[in-house]
Ligand binder design. Structure first.
Ligand SMILES: O=C(O)CCC(=O)C(=O)O
Ligand SMILES: [Fe+2]
Length: 355
């Protein structure tokens, strides 16, 4: 019988503890290596930073102008004064560090493989390997549906540390307010009714939390923690490790390193769905994550996506005789991570990455 064991995702943390050099399945083609032709540089300016309280206050022209600049230049920005308690942000990162720090058998209770074989999206682990020559990411994760609340699969939510579930619940409530405030400001920037973007989500909009764990890698120059991609949802709120950097953003063909953010900032990323809805006025940035030779890194991404049954398409209010639709309609449920290959190819960086 043919051996399909290569299809089963490996826990990279386990691998990192046993091998000196990353195995060949993790090695990128030369031109796509972080240390290769597409080497990265530090961001030439500080991350665009928006005070969300000021932005949300009526007609703060200065903050709105900063937001416009951030969207035109990088497609992402940092928010401060967002109302998510610093202690909650620290606690949820500590809880995830504690989760990933446990012995494998404890974490496997929340595995995304049913009986060790059948893959599902939610839980602890990695993506299934669809092709033998696919280059794998040097990271593990816990991926959980958080909203709609009645669709939570609590059995997949880590029960240890004991605080994990409550923290995630509380964190998601805080982040939801932040997401709505940002969407209102983005709508105003487009000169639309302030609820128009929120209304695009439909009744059963989904929120996913993704806890990323990047083990140290002896050869950060040869692998990536996460391959280049554009988030598929409408918006992503990213809580990054305070000490260890790794996120990089592509701009005009150059990869820029985003420095770790020390003071309670949340990074906001435009997703591909919003790019479609705004007919390309806002563009989702391509990003990737590099690894660190000595330190582990943790991040938590909250992805906000439309109701799976809803269509994602350029908003009628943004179209006109001179503004034809530049994107095709796609159903929410069909716009899954595999689809972001399209956006990746847009920049031409993935052609040889064998995804
Ligand atoms: O870890 C990071 O900084 C980014 C993670 C990311 O891009 C993602 O989860 O989609
Ligand atoms: Fe991402």
């Amino acid at each position: 019988m043919a051996d399909y064991s290569w299809r089963l995702p490996t826990i990279v943390q386990e691998l990192a503890a046993t091998v000196q050099e990353p195995p060949s399945r993790y090695l990128l083609p030369e031109q796509n290596r972080p240390g290769g032709l597409l080497a990265c540089v530090e961001m030439p300016e500080v991350i665009p930073t928006i005070d969300l309280r000021r932005l949300s206050a009526n007609n703060d022209v200065q903050e709105a102008a900063k937001l416009r600049m951030a969207l035109q230049s990088w497609g992402f920005f940092l928010i401060t004064n967002h109302g998510v308690e610093a202690s909650l942000m620290d606690a949820i990162i500590s809880a995830s560090r504690e989760f990933f720090g446990q012995p494998l058998e404890h974490k496997q209770e929340y595995s995304n493989l049913i009986e060790g074989k059948q893959w599902q999206l939610e839980g602890y682990g990695n993506d299934p390997v669809k092709r033998k020559d696919k280059v794998l990411d040097w990271s593990d994760r816990v991926h959980l549906k958080v909203e709609p609340e009645d669709e939570r699969n609590i059995a997949r939510w880590p029960g240890h540390p004991e605080t994990f579930r409550d923290l995630l619940h509380e964190y998601s409530l805080s982040c939801k307010k932040v997401k709505d405030a940002i969407l209102r400001s983005l709508a105003k920037l487009l000169k639309l009714d302030e609820h128009s973007l929120i209304n695009q989500f439909g009744d059963k909009a989904s929120t996913y939390a993704r806890f990323n764990y990047y083990p140290p890698c002896a050869r950060p120059d040869l692998v990536l923690g996460i391959r280049p991609h554009c988030d598929v949802g409408v918006l992503t709120l990213l809580l990054m490790d305070k000490d260890v950097g790794g996120l990089q953003v592509l701009r005009d063909g150059t990869w820029y390193s985003v420095p770790p953010v020390r003071d309670q900032g949340l990074l906001v990323n435009i997703g591909a769905s919003l790019e479609i809805m705004t007919n390309g006025v806002f563009r989702g940035p391509m990003h990737r994550v590099v690894t660190n030779s000595e330190k582990e890194r943790i991040s938590l991404a909250m992805f906000y996506a439309v109701d799976p049954e809803k269509d994602i398409e350029p908003m009628a209010d943004l179209l006109g005789e001179n503004q034809p639709a530049r994107y095709m309609k796609v159903k929410g449920k069909d716009f899954v991570p595999g689809q972001y290959e399209y956006f990746s190819r847009r920049e031409g960086v993935l052609d040889s990455l064998k995804i």
